[in-house]
Design a protein around this ligand. Structure first.
Ligand SMILES: [Zn+2]
Length: 185
């Protein structure tokens, strides 16, 4: 799954929670979507460029534990900020949802690193080749649809729409440029 798939899945799950709880906050949507992008923000640049794998430390359970520990330490340090606790929890939930989305095809060497040996390595451009998989393409389209439908149904304000469109444009450009350099058309 790529970025839009992860964002869409996290927002869809948050929507289900919103319908059950009655809580629907743009701040929480932003937090859960950011959390859902984090493992790839870490692994695509660092893992792919330096370790020849797009699924590196950010996709390991050890990262999730380390990330939670860091978040809890930060939350402790800034106790006076009352919303911090739930912010930290929602951000973390987003990064867990990322792993859920990547579960099909996530090898045990990555998920349980370092217990089953080192991260499998390939080529620098391997992480881009997911684009050739129907699963990735379908989940990307569905993810985009989820964002568009939520924006319409929930009547997102101008700032939120602008933010979503900016992310879409920046990510698409970055992806296409990287793809054309590393893989070529
Ligand atoms: Zn991923």
């Amino acid at each position: 799954m790529y970025l839009f798939g992860h964002v869409g899945l996290s927002l869809l799950l948050y929507k289900a929670y919103s319908l059950a709880s009655g809580e629907n906050s743009m701040r929480n949507k932003l937090l859960i979507a950011t959390g859902a992008m984090l493992p790839d923000f870490l692994d695509k640049p660092i893992g792919a460029l330096f370790f020849q794998t797009g699924r590196w430390f950010g996709h390991a359970l050890l990262f999730q534990i380390t990330f939670l520990a860091i978040l809890l330490l930060v939350e402790r340090g800034y106790k006076p900020y009352p919303q911090m606790k739930s912010d930290v929890f929602i951000l973390y939930l987003g990064s867990l949802i990322h792993l859920l989305g990547d579960l099909p095809g996530l090898g045990r060497e990555v998920a349980f690193w370092p217990f089953y040996g080192p991260f499998p390595v390939g080529n620098t451009e391997d992480f881009l080749l997911g684009l050739q998989s129907p699963f990735t393409v379908v989940t990307e389209v569905l993810g985009l649809l989820v964002v568009a439908i939520l924006a319409y149904l929930e009547n997102w304000d101008r700032r939120a729409n602008l933010f979503a469109v900016t992310i879409f444009v920046l990510y698409s450009c970055a992806f296409l440029i990287t793809y054309s350099i590393l893989v070529g058309f």
